[in-house]
Write a protein that binds this ligand. Structure first.
Ligand code: ADP
Length: 813
């Protein structure tokens, strides 16, 4: 079963691990893909920037051509500056373009483009210079035209008007030259000569014009050549640009392809990875479901086996209970009659036979009790108490109970207590007593001479937590090493001769060990054959703090006044109580004092009885149905003939003070559970009667009265040490408690806290009287209307049932 559980855990962990590894791989892969995508996206953006740059460069180139054209036409210097600026811009953009390419080396292209641009600029400059020359040389033809004008009106020297279109220095040269010819040669040069001069000028000018025309042709040629050059440069530039553009577009397409491929790859891998994860998950789910089904089946099988084992145990327990009960009853009868016969006159032989009968009966009784304990322990029905006790006192009591008063052997009993043991601690005194009694009785049994040392220590562990360490050391026969390993097993005895010599069933130490473990303690043995044995038990307990210790002490060690016995008084008493156990208790006590008794279960019935008969005293409960104790006393005190009748209130209510009782008319009051002696004293004081000291309960008797979870000594005292009367009280208690428990369960189901409180209040006094402390603790909580958890309520039920079962055995003995 635990293997399957471990398997499931391993599988679940492995499943999670594999899925986690796959998820990690997927994340790593997707991360890389995202980085690749972002790189592509980044280069796409760069690519777009480059394309924008290329198209800007192309536009700038166009613009530069326009400027260059304008410049050629106008020769305007400003246009040249503009052109240069444009070329600079193109160059800068080319450099920028070159820098944006990290992967491709554009240096060659950009260099060649820069060179072409340079060439283009030089071309342009040459063209502009040519145009300028052209414009400068134009004056010759104009001068010739002017001179032709001279032909017609040469007398007019209005040079300004005539050469108005010439540049000043050209005009100056021409005018100076004309004036010189006219003035200097005016007298000498004849008009013929002047004509010939004009003719020669004409000739010169014509020559000039011819030369100019030739020059013009040259200029046109050069211009064409330059324009051609420019065209070639432009074409080269465009080619380069479109090359770049083409390259960019190709890059772009290539990147888109890579991107698509990556997407496809990612998609395939995601589908593939997802499928693997799904397969793994399905595999693990199928596997784990298989395991769970298997473990479920095992669990069911186990549960069935457990149920079977439990039913076997329950049957065994029933069987044991039946056997033990059936054995105990006749045994006590046998032992009782043996005691009786022993008191009759017997000869020695008969006495010997009787002693043997008694020994055997005691052995069987011991065995029966041991078997009962063992079956309870095995069935987990042994309940643990947590109550306050004084370990020193407990040990002393145990020694007194176990060691016979008339010692028939030379064995000294030594006791050692550490001072701390004389304190109130919390634990289970009954079980500790049982453990210790087993060890001491073994030591006594197996020691013929020497001593038995019983020592106790209280060792502090942490705050209130202490360890009660008890040692029982003897100088007896000792136990061999081999046997030491088995003595805690059931029915284990060193050898058959031991049984013959010392008696015993071999169950004592088995019970002792289990009880110690039940108390979460430990037991150890150290022994040497012939020298003696030492048993050490360590049991965790809680030390009670000062104030609480005091209270517990008071509770534990009640007033030690001895019970007193009344002489025949022949008086009558009316006892009023709704709880049968308490009623019976008070009745038996009053009976033992010689009272004639009448009873009533509430105030109303009591009044009816009072109207019929005269009583010497009334003992009444307070909390009762129909008419409670306070109403009853009110009505009684109102009646003339009853106003002096002694009435004692008996109540478990702690919230009502003595003053309140006396104010409303009670003569006295006792808090339940009261001591029999206290009630006797109260009655005696009120009725002014004498009473004498009562015998203490016989030791053998008082032992019988103390059970695991109860102590009936007080009830026995109530009954005036009359067993039959005690049985009556117990019967009444059993009837009442059974009924109350049923009602309590019903109220718990209905969550009726108030009803539960009232029931607990009714049940408490009797249980306190019996010292059923753990039951009292829970019932007190209920009485105070505190919430009780289901587990706690179940515990209460179990304890009550077990107490009732024990008492039933008691009443039939
Ligand atoms: P029994 O009823 O026989 O005493 P126990 O379980 O108490 O059964 O003891 C088992 C056996 O352990 C005894 O029969 C005896 O052999 C041995 N043993 C127990 N206590 C002592 C002791 N104090 N000294 C020697 N032997 C002991």
């Amino acid at each position: 079963m635990s293997n399957t559980k471990r398997n499931i855990t391993v599988k679940v962990v492995a499943g999670y691990l594999i899925v986690a590894i796959l998820a990690g791989l997927a994340v790593w892969y997707i991360y890389n893909q995202v980085i690749a995508y972002s790189e592509i996206a980044q280069s796409n953006t760069e690519n777009n920037q480059q394309l924008i740059l290329v198209s800007e460069i192309s536009t700038d180139l166009n613009e530069s051509e326009n400027i260059s054209r304008r410049l050629i036409q106008t020769g305007n210097e400003d246009e040249l500056d503009l052109y240069n600026a444009q070329i600079d811009t193109i160059r800068n953009k080319l450099r920028e373009l070159e820098q944006t390419y990290q992967d491709i080396d554009l240096e060659t292209e950009v260099d060649s483009m820069s060179k072409l641009l340079e060439k283009k600029t030089e071309n342009l400059k040459e063209l502009v210079a040519l145009r300028d020359t052209d414009r400068n040389t134009n004056y010759y033809s104009k001068a010739l035209a002017e001179l032709r004008n001279i032909d017609a009106s040469f007398k007019d020297y209005n040079y300004e008007n005539r050469f108005r279109n010439l540049k000043p220095y050209q005009k100056d040269v021409l005018i100076k030259w004309l004036e010189y010819s006219r003035e200097d040669n005016a007298e000498q040069i004849t008009s013929q000569r002047l004509d010939s001069l004009v003719q020669s000028v004409k000739r010169v000018l014509t020559d000039l014009e011819f030369a100019n025309r030739q020059f013009q042709n040259e200029v046109i040629q050069k211009e064409n050549q330059l324009l051609n050059n420019d065209m070639i440069v432009n074409q080269q530039l465009r080619r380069l640009l479109s090359g770049l553009e083409q390259k960019e577009r190709e890059n772009s397409v290539q990147r888109a392809q890579v991107f698509q491929e990556m997407l496809n790859e990612t998609q395939t891998i995601i589908i593939f990875g997802g499928s693997i994860i799904a397969i793994i998950i399905i595999f693990f789910i199928i596997n784990i479901i298989g395991d769970i089904t298997r473990s479920q089946r095992y669990r069911m099988e186990l549960e069935e086996a457990k149920e079977f084992a439990e039913s076997l145990l329950a049957r065994r327990e029933q069987f044991m209970a039946a056997i033990t009960h059936d054995l105990r009853s006749p045994l006590t009868t046998v032992m009782g009659y043996t005691d009786l016969i022993q008191k009759t006159g017997l000869d020695e032989k008969q006495k010997h036979y009787l002693t043997q009968i008694k020994k055997s009966s005691q052995f069987i009784l011991h065995l029966v009790n041991d078997l009962l304990d063992l079956s309870k322990l095995e069935a987990g029905k042994m309940l643990i108490e947590k109550i306050s006790f004084n370990p020193k006192k407990l040990i002393e009591d145990t020694i007194n109970n176990v060691i016979p008063a008339e010692k028939n052997k030379d064995v000294e009993i030594k006791v050692e207590f550490s001072p701390a043991t004389n304190a109130q601690i919390q634990g289970d005194p009954f079980r500790i007593k049982q453990i210790l009694a087993n060890l001491i009785s073994n030591a006594w049994k197996f020691t013929e001479k020497g001593h038995i040392l019983i020592s106790a220590e209280l060792i502090e562990k942490q705050a209130d937590d202490h360890i009660l360490k008890l040692k029982v050391k003897d100088t007896g026969i000792g136990i061999s090493k081999a046997m030491q390993e088995n003595i805690f097993e059931e029915f284990s005895q060193e050898n058959s001769s031991i049984e013959k010599r010392f008696g015993g069933s071999g169950l004592g130490l088995a019970i002792t060990k289990r009880l110690t473990e039940l108390l979460e303690g430990s037991i150890k043995v150290d022994s040497e054959p012939g020298k003696g044995s030492e048993f050490v038990i360590s049991i965790p307990v809680k030390k009670l703090s000062g104030a609480r210790e005091e209270i517990e002490k008071e509770e534990q060690e009640p007033e030690i006044t001895m019970p007193k016995k009344f002489e025949n008084i022949g008086l009558s008493a009316l006892i009023v109580d709704d709880e049968p156990g308490q009623l019976s208790l008070t009745v038996e006590l009053a009976k033992s004092m010689g009272f004639e008794i009448d009873t009533a279960s509430n105030g109303k019935i009591a009044l009816e009885k009072l109207s019929e008969k005269e009583y010497d005293i009334i003992l009444t409960d307070i909390q009762m149905p129909v008419l409670d104790g306070f109403d009853l006393i009110e009505i009684i005190r109102e009646q003339e003939e009853l106003k002096d009748l002694p009435v004692i209130a008996l109540s478990g209510r702690t919230d009502v003070s003595k003053e309140v009782y006396s104010r409303v008319g009670f003569n006295n009051n006792l808090l339940k559970p009261y001591k029999p002696g206290d009630l006797k004293k109260a009655i005696a004081e009120l009725l002014e009667i004498r009473y004498r000291k009562e015998d203490t309960i016989e030791k053998s008797k008082s032992e019988k009265l103390v059970g695991d979870t109860y102590d009936l000594s007080e009830i026995f005292e109530f009954s005036g040490q009359d067993e039959a009367a005690m049985q009556t009280i117990l019967q009444a208690f059993l009837e009442g408690a059974g009924e109350s428990l049923r009602e309590l369960e019903q109220a718990y189901k209905n969550e009726d806290q108030d009803r539960m409180g009232k029931l607990a209040h009714r049940m408490l006094p009797m249980l306190r009287q019996m010292k059923a402390r753990s039951i009292v603790q829970i019932l007190m909580k209920i009485e105070e209307r505190q919430p009780v958890k289901p587990a706690e309520f179940k515990d209460l039920k179990n304890r009550l049932n077990s107490l009732m079962a024990d008492l039933r055995t008691e009443t039939t003995v």
